[in-house]
Design a protein around this ligand. Structure first.
Ligand SMILES: [Zn+2]
Length: 125
């Protein structure tokens, strides 16, 4: 985070993903390319948007404290928190539902959901 951002105590975005260690290097690469300069809050939670009440709380805090403009929701392939039910269709459904609920509460935020494959590919949903 740059000195200016530190002083202003604001950042551009919040990034919410599963805690799965297999995602770490892909997330680091993606955030370095897309968000590094502007800074971002980082939330890692098993299942990503699966625990929507928790996710909503984190978005609200990030919005109030750091005045974020963007929310990135990242679920992933072969997620243990979803187990057998974790198909692409299920993740897509949950991601789009989370997007809708967050948008209702924070209409000004840009909300971008992704399905991250274990080969590092970020799939738009
Ligand atoms: Zn997972």
């Amino acid at each position: 985070m740059s000195e200016v951002n530190h002083v202003q105590h604001t950042c551009q975005a919040i990034v919410i993903s599963c805690m799965d260690f297999r995602l770490r290097k892909f997330l680091r690469k993606w955030t370095q390319s897309n968000l590094d300069e502007a800074g971002f809050d980082r939330v890692a939670i098993a299942g990503g948007v699966k625990n929507l009440p928790f996710v909503l709380d984190q978005v609200e805090l990030s919005y109030k404290l750091h005045h974020i403009c963007e929310v990135y929701l990242i679920n992933h392939e072969d997620c243990g928190a979803y187990g057998e039910e974790g198909t692409f269709a299920k993740h897509k459904k949950d991601l789009l539902f989370a997007k809708r609920i967050i948008r209702q509460k924070f209409p000004k935020l840009k909300i971008v959901p992704f399905y991250l494959k274990l080969n590092g590919e970020f799939v738009n949903v």
